[in-house]
Design a protein around this ligand. Structure first.
Ligand SMILES: C[S@@+](CC[C@H](N)C(=O)[O-])C[C@H]1O[C@@H](n2cnc3c(N)ncnc32)[C@H](O)[C@@H]1O
Length: 209
């Protein structure tokens, strides 16, 4: 049962966790996800970032790709215990927390200077509720960087999961979704992998003053 227009079915979200548990042991074989993590790490601005949170961290590819990662307080959260087991093994310096699919995440307001989320937002029960919670977790000058499959992506695999790519898969759609969460788009970039298979949108969001 889909609960309303911008929500994914909660049963399907539970399926997502078990699907990623099954993928965990071979997830890092995905060249696309490794290269996207590197792209995200190159896109983020790290000046002044003390604590960073990677939501839907999976095996922690984005955290692993960040430069000088051992000098920051890095935290990753995910619904899949199997993915987090790999993340903990590969990045012992970071903290990893198993979370439920819905907000709020178990952190205090203003805890993070940077929040990243790569190819995870479209899997969440409500992308808007997730953005609202991330806004709560940001320090005043903090930034959110979302990488998501673009609506221009042609990978049929994206259809396997309940998703809301149409809500977030273009710069305009992402800006419209972020506005009620008190967030505005600062920078965007399109990244193409094996055109026209996967096209990803990278977008940096800041709190509206
Ligand atoms: C395609 S993987 C991306 C992993 C990682 N961000 C990367 O770039 O390699 C999607 C991840 O989102 C996680 N996920 C799905 N729904 C979630 C939710 N509601 N909250 C947190 N994580 C979620 C899955 O368990 C999976 O690890």
């Amino acid at each position: 049962m889909v609960m309303d227009a911008d929500r994914n079915d909660l049963e399907d979200v539970r399926d997502v966790a078990s699907q990623f548990d099954e993928r965990a042991s071979h997830y890092d074989d995905s060249q696309m996800h490794r290269e996207l993590a590197a792209q995200v790490a190159g896109f983020v601005h790290l000046d002044g970032v003390g604590r960073a949170l990677d939501v839907a961290t999976g095996t922690g590819l984005v955290l692993r790709a960040l430069p000088d990662s051992t000098e920051r307080g890095l935290v990753g959260v995910d619904v899949s215990a199997g993915m987090l087991d790999v993340a903990k093994r590969e990045t012992p310096s970071a903290e990893f927390v198993l979370v439920g699919p819905e907000p709020p995440l178990p952190f205090a307001d203003g805890s993070f200077d940077l929040i990243t989320c790569a190819t995870g937002l479209h899997l969440m029960p409500s992308p808007l509720a997730a953005l609202q919670d991330w806004r709560r977790l940001l320090t005043p000058d903090g930034r959110i960087v979302v990488a998501t499959f673009s609506t221009a992506a042609r990978n049929p695999g994206h259809g396997r999961h309940p998703n809301r790519l149409s809500l977030i898969g273009t710069p305009e759609a992402m800006s419209d979704l972020a506005a009620p969460a008190g967030l505005r788009a600062v920078r965007t970039e399109l990244w193409t992998y094996a055109e026209p298979f996967d096209v990803c949108l990278l977008i940096e969001l800041a709190a509206v003053a």
